[in-house]
Design a protein around this ligand. Structure first.
Ligand code: DOR
Ligand code: ZN
Length: 337
């Protein structure tokens, strides 16, 4: 096959930032995707109706209307009242929970995740059908953080059976195994975690542009993620976690966490599914499963790729912002028409 058309591709976990960085990165996603779940970890975090609405407007202003792109907004998890959630529910698609201090701009996150203290908010979310997205890591040893968090997922899934819980950017076989154990657990998987392991980050020369949270794990973890993505498992969705940081903040002593994949995500996914002879399942991973899980309608937007070499730029820039994509300077084999 040398041409493929995908309908309404969605990125179910995306960081767009704000100001010049927003203006730089948003068009790179809106060009190829029909919509995305937008993360709320700005400074300050998105935690009011006004902040959600204004951020959504800034996103729409940063992209071309003709792109026909829908930003699905999220709130940063805090203890919210049911009255507040009723008021904001039509403006958001999910609420994102961060353990305090676990990653970029998450200091306002939850200090202790126990089902009792979170119950008022989580019960209200379940009643109002608002999904909970979770950054599932403890602050333990870096390679064990996600695995240690599995007992928290288990407690949440059991205590709130009507709440849809999305395990964001899973990186381990343990997380994959949870999908079949709890009806109300779902997951997003990034592009980079389908491809790299810790070896690619730190096994040779240190690769700051592949450093992210959660850190890439072992080959058997990567293979477990790849298996469910390639088979179009109905509980997994593509969520790039494309997380741009300025070039100087990545190529620094004290490198910021995040891999910037927005401009190359679809092209590399096609290449990956093609290599594994599973192109027929890409539509599920990129759109159909997300529509089912989030109860959203696909848009009429289609995107066609052709098998043609495409060289990834060294960096993208706008005004004084410069950001380096995954596969910078590398040749890819599929190009967006
Ligand atoms: O690598 C990451 N970068 N992981 C996250 O959870 C947050 C993200 C960011 O916002 O930079
Ligand atoms: Zn993220």
């Amino acid at each position: 096959m040398n041409k493929i058309t995908l309908t309404s591709p969605f990125d179910m976990h995306l960081h767009l930032r704000d100001a010049d960085m927003l203006n730089l990165v948003a068009p790179l996603t809106s060009k190829t995707f029909a919509g995305a779940i937008i993360m709320p970890n700005l400074v300050p975090v998105v935690d009011t109706k006004k902040a959600v609405v204004e951020y959504r407007n800034r996103i729409l202003e940063s992209i071309d209307e003709k792109d026909n792109f829908t930003p699905f907004m999220t709130l940063f998890f805090k203890p919210y009242t049911k009255e507040f959630l009723e008021e904001v529910k039509d403006d958001i698609s999910a609420i994102k929970l961060y353990p305090a201090g676990i990653t970029t701009n998450s200091d306002d996150g939850v200090q202790t995740i126990d089902t009792e203290s979170l119950a008022p908010t989580l019960n209200a979310m379940a009643e109002l059908n608002i999904p909970l997205c979770v950054h599932g890591e403890t602050n333990g040893f870096v390679m064990d953080r996600e695995q240690e968090f599995m007992s928290v997922y288990e407690a949440l899934a059991t205590a709130f059976p009507k709440l849809k819980i999305i395990m964001e950017h899973i990186t381990t076989k343990d997380a994959v195994d949870m999908l079949d154990r709890f009806e109300n657990l779902y997951a997003t998987i990034t592009l980079h975690h389908l491809i790299i392991t810790l070896d690619d980050v730190a096994g040779g020369m240190l690769q700051p542009h592949l450093f992210c949270k959660p850190i890439a794990k072992r080959p058997h973890d990567r293979d477990a993620l790849l298996k469910v993505a390639l088979e179009g498992h109905p509980k997994v969705m593509f969520g790039s976690d494309s997380a741009p940081h300025p070039k100087h903040a990545k190529e620094a002593c004290g490198c910021a966490a995040g891999v910037f994949t927005a401009p190359i995500a679809i092209q590399v996914l096609v290449e990956l599914f093609e290599q594994h002879n599973r192109l027929e399942n890409l539509q599920k991973f990129l759109s159909d499963n997300a529509c089912e899980i989030y109860n959203i309608k696909p848009s009429s937007k289609t995107i066609t790729l052709v098998k043609e070499d495409f060289k990834v730029p060294n960096f993208y820039e706008f005004k004084r912002e410069r950001v380096v994509p995954m596969y910078a300077e590398k040749q890819l084999s599929w190009k967006v028409l």
